[in-house]
Design a protein around this ligand. Structure first.
Ligand code: GLN
Ligand code: ZN
Length: 763
């Protein structure tokens, strides 16, 4: 019985890779220095895995930016617009594809980025043309194998499988389907495998997580063709086929028939598939199974008792030597090392395992299977005790919260009256002009603002002084908004570090790590809060600043909250109760805040829910159930107020088409979305559905420092006006302005106000 993992985090325990990449981009270090830092990180990871008793250690799981982008370079899938970049300098070509490049007469845009399955990790989307050809271009996979071999470690190189690679990409012109390219791509994979087997590689891990999706027959056939071809050419190669994030589902028969050495199962997401496989008539006794038992997506200690039961079950049908113990997916999605956390509550810390601790869990689970396992029994007992303590901890359980959730009534998720009635009452109460203007919440988080927060946190700035500075910043922003004539004002969110962390810090049931970073995309990392217990709101969270801001102006001020689904989605969530229950607890806490804001005079309250779409399950048969509870949680948070109070939501950019009915079902009085980059194309979903409530399609691309001209904004608004009832249209930027600087923000917002005025003139 072997131990393995599917991949290890690569940013470094102290985000060394992030810092090195950013230094390289800023010309502060050169390519060689960057490569050297990378080499050190890889070495550390490999040696640590070796020390932790991982038998088959992965290589090529390292990446400077993203593993799908790496694959594009490996198979020479490089869009034409990069052809003028010196191919010899692979690093610059690579980063140009990742981030775009403006230098010496070269001006190329970056490749598109999108979410990796249902994670918060983003990958670079491969681009395919009709005449697309492939070649074995970057030799990274070979070099990394060799690099580990030089350390005496014979690794299992990881490649994104050819079918998943094609399916994750996009056709950039009409007239073909990307799977048509398989016949051109497969020979390049064979070439890569040849080069690896020339170095005596024993195992290759092919990541094919698309097997967790709903597939067509044609797509399933592509898997069969691929792995039969590989097996035919390399009968001695041991193919380790990795599917994760869900079960094989309706693709199980196809997967079981593939001529592969080992089939990996994500048993964290889907335990039942083990029974399905063991009982399947297609299960081949010689196929090895990799039991992905240790959670690669979350930070809880493994439950050894439960895991051993699964292993025992597998052992009833599969011989000992044909089983692997592994992580459910790559450990990329977990933070590095719990040992670095010194401030975390000691009791909570005992329930957790980060990547390094998960390595130990995997080897312990295997070692417990060995005949002489006495040495490991104490680890088993320790684990059992920690899990028992967690189950009964007073930190976690709050009966009042549990009761409140179980006593939720249908009426708690409904406003008093329907939208038409509310709209009429709100028009009267708010007295806003046609095409009201507003912003999405945050204003620039200047260096000063961030410094104050940092100093305050370190105890170098007293609460009083900090509050004074924030109050002044809010006042300035209110004066500015009034001066330029915005209709609905915001306080600016200067007191917030992050839209989830801020609320997590104020709610009970959340804990925070100091170094719990995970890669989101490229050099960007996030540090999700740890949602460990029943969630409750002991005190108001935003009322003081909102009330203060409202007191500074006669215009309506919009209170600003993060919604329950987004807080859930962007945290490490407890695994001891359904996500739905946790989400309802958060919803009730937010509801109390909404009601409090109303009580303190706020007439408009925005509840941001940008993460609703990202929580969508991978298989569409699960969608309805998820959308049902997610929408309900939002509605619970929004429904405690009277008809006159206007509820906004904001959803950033997302693929709205599939879920538009659910978005409408959220029944927010106003929704704002990102539409400027797509030239209002994203509005189509709302128009086709005849979205019933009010809507603010973004007219200012806040991802760029560029100031949109008056003309551009007017054009966008005219487009919106053509397809939406005019009494439904709001005028606003795409998203919050926290990443922008004040000068461009001021110019852009002035243009927005002017454009709305001009539009009113046309009436
Ligand atoms: N209110 C938040 C802000 O303006 C919304 C950010 C988001 O949706 N990502 O920053
Ligand atoms: Zn947004």
């Amino acid at each position: 019985m072997k131990t393995t993992i599917l991949g290890y985090p690569r940013i470094g325990a102290n985000r060394e890779l992030k810092k090195a990449c950013e230094a390289y981009w800023a010309n502060k270090i050169n390519g060689n220095e960057l490569l050297k830092i990378a080499k050190g990180l890889k070495k550390q990871n490999w040696l640590l895995q070796q020390k932790s008793d991982i038998d088959i250690i992965p290589s090529n799981d390292f990446s400077f930016y993203d593993q799908v982008l790496d694959t594009c370079l490996t198979v020479g899938c490089i869009p034409n617009r990069y052809k003028n970049i010196d191919k010899e300098n692979t690093l610059d070509l690579y980063f140009a594809m990742a981030r775009g490049l403006q230098k010496n007469n070269i001006d190329v845009t970056a490749m598109e980025m999108t979410k990796w399955f249902d994670t918060n990790y983003h990958y670079i989307v491969p681009e395919f043309s009709k005449e697309q050809t492939f070649e074995f271009f970057s030799k990274k996979v070979i070099e990394e194998y060799q690099e580990a071999l030089d350390l005496g470690i014979k690794t299992k190189p990881v490649l994104i499988g050819p079918v998943t690679f094609l399916l994750l990409g996009k056709e950039k012109e009409p007239g073909f389907h990307r799977l048509d390219l398989l016949k051109r791509l497969l020979p390049v994979y064979l070439e890569i495998i040849q080069a690896l087997t020339d170095l005596n590689v024993e195992y290759i891990q092919f990541d094919e997580p698309c097997l967790a999706l709903n597939l067509t027959d044609q797509e399933r056939e592509a898997f069969t063709l691929t792995y039969e071809t590989i097996h035919k050419e390399f009968p001695n190669l041991k193919v380790f086929l990795a599917n994760y994030f869900d079960c094989y589902g309706e693709n199980l028969e196809t997967a079981l028939k593939l001529p592969v050495d080992t089939l990996h199962l994500d048993l964290v997401r889907c335990q039942l598939q083990l029974d399905d496989i063991l009982n399947s008539e297609y299960f081949n006794e010689n196929t090895k199974l990799s039991l992905g038992i240790v959670d690669g997506r979350n930070i809880w200690k493994n439950d050894f008792e439960a895991s051993l039961k699964l292993i025992e079950k597998a052992l009833t049908k599969v011989p000992f030597e044909n089983l692997w113990i592994s992580s459910s997916c790559s450990l990329l999605h977990t933070p590095y090392d719990l040992d670095l956390e010194h401030l975390l509550n000691f009791e909570i810390k005992q329930w957790l395992a980060f990547a390094k601790q998960k390595l130990e869990e995997i080897s312990t689970l295997r070692n417990l299977q060995l005949p002489e396992n006495d040495a490991y029994l104490s680890l088993y007992e320790e684990n059992k005790l920690a899990n028992l303590k967690r189950k009964t901890s007073r930190l976690i359980h709050n009966d009042a919260v549990k009761n409140r959730v179980s006593n939720l009534k249908e009426s708690d998720s409904h406003r008093e009256n329907n939208f038409a009635i509310r709209q009429a009452k709100q028009k009267k109460a708010l007295n806003l002009p046609l095409y009201p203007t507003t912003t999405i919440g945050s204003f620039p988080q200047t260096k000063d603002v961030r410094n104050w927060r940092l100093k305050h946190k370190k105890g170098q700035l007293s609460q009083e002084d900090y509050d004074f500075l924030i109050a002044k910043e809010i006042e300035d922003s209110i004066r500015f908004q009034e001066d330029i004539g915005l209709d609905v004002l915001v306080h600016g969110e200067f007191e917030r570090n992050d839209m989830v962390e801020y609320f997590g810090e104020k709610l009970k049931g959340f804990a925070f790590s100091d170094f719990g970073w995970v890669q989101s995309y490229g050099s960007r990392c996030v540090k999700p809060p740890i949602l460990f217990g029943d969630v409750s709101r002991e005190n108001p969270m935003t009322v003081d600043w909102s009330e203060y801001a409202q007191s500074l102006t006669q215009k309506p001020l919009k209170g600003m909250l993060t919604g329950p689904v987004t807080i859930l989605q962007w945290s490490f969530v407890r695994n001891d109760q359904p996500r739905e229950t946790t989400c309802n607890q958060i919803a009730l806490a937010i509801r109390d805040e909404v009601v409090d804001l109303e009580k303190h005079g706020l007439k408009i309250i925005q509840i941001d829910e940008p993460a609703i779409r990202e929580g969508l399950p991978l298989r569409n048969e699960e969608w309805a159930k998820y959308l049902n509870w997610a929408v309900k949680a939002f509605r619970i948070s929004a429904s405690g107020v009277k008809d006159e109070t206007q509820i906004h939501t904001h959803m950033c950019y997302s693929e709205f088409n599939d879920i538009i009915a659910s978005i409408a079902d959220m029944d927010a009085d106003v929704i704002t979305i990102e539409t400027s980059r797509s030239e209002m194309e994203l509005l189509d979903a709302f128009v086709n559905f005849e979205y019933p409530n009010e809507i603010g399609p973004g007219v200012y691309d806040i991802h760029s420092p560029r100031v949109p001209t008056l003309q551009e904004i007017e054009n966008l608004l005219l487009k919106a006006k053509k397809v939406l009832p005019k009494e439904h249209i709001w005028v606003n930027p795409d998203c919050g302005l926290k990443t922008r600087d004040w000068p461009e923000t001021k110019e852009a917002l002035k243009n927005i106000v002017k454009a709305a005025e001009n539009l009113r003139q046309l009436e």
